[in-house]
Design a protein around this ligand. Structure first.
Ligand SMILES: *Cc1c(COP(=O)(O)O)cnc(C)c1O
Length: 226
């Protein structure tokens, strides 16, 4: 089951890359395994998946403890400051940094463990009241603040696009995040890279790839509905 669905997603990722004239090697598929049991993750692992996305710290800790050590765990959900300590050395990338306060906490915990945390800034591109993330006009200021932290490395941007019936409706959201990424690059802010663009989920990852995503986060289309 997982195998067929996973392969279908991988084929669509590849096809979207080719349509966009991009090298499929540029796009990482993060299998979003939140709420799913370890047995299903193992099936994906056996098919070669090494990047898994979770939205709760507790779930990362539980799964990380029992699964293979070569898995790269991605923290994609809203992160509370009091949970940073637990996840800082478990997640390879925190996609969901949505405030300078959270970044400051990450800086403190990373310093204590003498590591450098890779993060993305979450951007609320569609300005939805229900969503976390910086508004587009706040990103530069936040990046300049967070860029001063010596135990954090900003690697790029992330967005959760609105829920829509037709994925085309989100094309302009992805275009806006891509453009913001280009603008940020051109500012050459210290300690900041903009090489990762995490956007696109089950409903719209093909459009996101056409618009420049380097990470897509796909759950339902691989593991089934939650
Ligand atoms: C759940 C989740 C996804 C995956 O959503 P699907 O629609 O199941 O593919 C992607 N990104 C984030 C931040 C999520 O919380």
């Amino acid at each position: 089951m997982i195998k067929e669905q996973l392969h279908q997603v991988q084929e669509k990722v590849k096809a979207a890359c080719i349509r966009a004239g991009r090298d499929p090697g540029e796009v990482t598929l993060v299998a979003v395994s939140k709420t799913k049991p370890v047995e299903l993750l193992e099936e994906a692992y056996d098919e070669g998946i090494r990047d898994f996305g979770e939205n709760k710290v507790q779930e990362i800790l539980e799964k990380e403890a029992v699964m293979a050590k070569d898995i790269r765990w991605h923290m994609i959900g809203h992160l509370q400051r009091n949970k940073v300590r637990q996840v800082i050395d478990k997640a390879v990338l925190i996609h969901s940094v949505d405030s300078v306060r959270l970044a400051r906490q990450i800086e403190e915990e990373a310093a204590k463990k003498d590591l450098c945390a890779d993060i993305l800034l979450e951007v609320n591109v569609a300005r939805e009241a229900s969503k976390y993330g910086f508004l587009p006009e706040e990103v530069e200021g936040a990046a300049r603040e967070i860029g001063k932290f010596s135990h954090i490395h900003i690697r790029g941007l992330m967005t959760i696009a609105p829920f829509v019936e037709n994925s085309e409706e989100n094309r302009n959201v992805f275009q806006k995040l891509f453009q913001l990424c280009v603008d940020m690059k051109s500012k050459n802010i210290d300690n900041i890279n903009m090489d990762i663009l995490s956007m696109g989920m089950s409903g719209d990852y093909e459009v996101a790839i056409e618009e420049g995503a380097t990470i897509v986060r796909v759950g339902t289309s691989i593991f089934g509905s939650r």
